[in-house]
Ligand binder design. Structure first.
Ligand code: FMN
Ligand code: SF4
Ligand code: SF4
Length: 347
C-alpha cells in the first residue's frame, strides 16, 4: 500500500511531536513499512541547503524551492501547534512552500492548549491540499498550553504571583476563595493541575489517537477497493474531508482577565542572570534562531514567537516572560480554560 510513513512536524515544546510521531509509528507498524521523521522545528531544518539555489538575504520564504518532496507511495502525518487560533504565522510560509506532496496521502494533526483550535486545522488542511497532498484525515488534540505549564523559574513565580496579588486577587477569589488570602501562591500543585491542558496528552488521548489511525486505515482500505483509486487518492482535494473552521479566518485576539484584548506581540523572554549558567541550551532550541550570546549571556535579539521552547528547556529555570499583557492573558487561560477539551478527528 505505502512504501513509507512520515512524521512531519513543528513542535517547540514537544506536544505536537509526541502525538505526530506516535500516530506515524502506529501506521508504519500496521503497513509494515519504515517511519521517517522530519522535524522542522529548528531553523536549520527550514533553511535551503547550500547546494541548492542560493537565496539572497531578504528573500520571501514563499519563493523558496520545495525542500521536502514526497510521492503517492508515502503516507504523511503532518503536525502543527495552534497559535492564536491558526498556524504559527512566522512558520506558515514554510509550511506553504517547503513541502511538495505530489499526491502523497496526509493526515493533518493540530495540537492546542485546551482553549480552542479555532481555524488551525482548517488552515493546515488547506495548506496540505494546496501543497499537493491528499488529506485523508484530520485531528485536533488538546495538550498542555505552552503559556501555562509548571514553570520552574523562580523569577517567573515572583512576578506572576505579584501580578495576581496586587492586580487581580479579587477576580480569582470568585472562583477560588484560597486565592483571596493575600499571599496566595498561584503556583501550588493544585493550581498547576488546574492549568489549561495540564498533563495532556494523557492515556485517554492516546487511545483516541489510535482510533484516529484505525479510521484512516479503514478509509484507505475502502478507497483501495475501488479500481484506479490511486489517482482518486491523489485527487482527494475534490472529496476533501470536512473540518470545522475557516482557513482564511483572522487570528484570535488574546484577552486578559478583564475580557479586553491584550497585545504582547513584542514580548520577549527575560533571563534571570543569578540562575543562568551560560550553557546556551536556550539558543540551541529557539526555532527562530533568535537567541544570541556574548560572553555567555544568551539573550533574545531576534523575532520571538512566544513558543516557550527556551523557557521549557532551560535547565536552571532562568528564562521567563514578565510582560503584563502576557501575564493577564495567561491568568485568564488558567481561570477560564481548564475544563477538559476532548480530542476530535475527521475522516
Ligand atoms: C504563541 C502561542 C499561541 C497559542 N495560541 C493558542 C490558541 O489560540 N488556542 C489554544 O488552545 N492554544 C494555544 N496555544 C497553545 C499551543 O497550541 C499548545 O501549547 C501546543 O500544544 C504547543 O505545541 P508544541 O508543544 O508542539 O510546541 C498557543 C501557544 C503559543 C506558544
Ligand atoms: S538555557 Fe538557561 S541557563 Fe542555559 S544559557 Fe539559556 S538561560 Fe542560561
Ligand atoms: S526566544 Fe521566543 S522564539 Fe525563541 S525559543 Fe524563546 S520563546 Fe521561542
Amino acid at each position: 500500500m505505502f512504501q513509507k510513513v512520515y512524521a512531519v512536524f513543528f513542535s517547540p515544546t514537544g506536544n505536537t511531536k509526541v502525538l505526530t510521531e506516535t500516530l506515524a509509528e502506529q501506521l508504519a507498524v500496521s503497513y509494515d513499512v519504515p517511519c521517517e521523521v522530519i522535524d522542522f522545528t529548528r531553523l536549520q531544518a527550514r533553511t535551503v541547503p547550500e547546494n541548492t539555489e542560493r537565496v539572497p538575504s531578504g528573500t520571501d520564504w514563499n519563493q523558496f524551492s520545495h525542500q521536502y518532496t514526497f510521492t503517492p507511495d508515502d503516507l504523511v502525518v503532518f503536525g502543527m501547534p495552534t497559535y492564536a487560533g491558526k498556524l504559527p504565522n512566522k512558520i506558515l510560509p514554510f509550511v506553504r512552500s517547503g513541502f511538495a506532496g505530489n499526491g502523497a496521502a496526509a493526515a493533518a494533526l493540530v495540537t492546542f492548549g485546551n482553549r480552542s483550535f479555532d481555524n488551525a486545522l482548517a488552515e493546515l488542511c488547506a495548506c496540505l491540499n494546496e501543497g499537493g497532498f491528499a488529506t485523508i484525515g484530520a485531528a485536533a488534540f488538546a495538550a498542555q498550553h505552552a503559556f501555562a505549564w509548571d514553570e520552574k523559574a523562580p523569577a517567573f513565580r515572583k512576578v506572576y504571583n505579584q501580578y495576581l496579588e496586587h492586580e487581580t486577587a479579587d477576580v480569582f477569589a470568585e472562583k477560588d476563595p484560597t486565592a483571596a488570602a493575600g499571599t496566595a501562591d498561584m503556583m501550588t500543585e493544585d493550581r498547576q493541575a488546574g492549568m489549561p491542558g495540564f498533563g495532556r496528552p494523557d492515556p485517554r488521548d492516546f487511545n483516541e489517537l489510535k482510533a484516529f489511525g484505525k479510521a484512516i486505515q479503514k478509509k484507505i482500505t475502502e478507497w483501495s477497493a475501488v479500481p484506479g483509486n490511486r489517482t482518486e487518492l491523489s485527487e482527494a482535494k475534490s472529496q476533501s474531508i470536512f473540518v470545522p473552521g475557516k482557513a482564511d479566518a483572522p487570528y484570535y485576539t488574546p484577552t486578559g482577565l478583564d475580557g479586553k484584548p491584550e497585545n504582547f506581540l513584542k514580548a520577549k523572554p527575560k533571563t534571570d542572570w543569578e540562575r543562568c549558567t551560560g550553557c546556551g541550551t536556550c539558543a540551541a532550541v529557539c526555532p527562530m534562531g533568535s537567541i544570541a550570546g556574548r560572553d555567555g549571556r544568551w539573550e533574545t535579539t531576534g523575532i520571538c514567537i512566544k513558543c516557550h521552547a527556551c523557557v521549557k528547556a532551560c535547565p536552571e529555570g532562568a528564562k521567563y516572560f514578565d510582560d503584563e499583557a502576557y501575564l493577564s492573558h495567561r491568568a485568564m487561560l488558567v481561570r477560564d480554560y481548564t475544563k477538559r477539551c476532548e480530542p476530535c478527528w475527521f475522516v
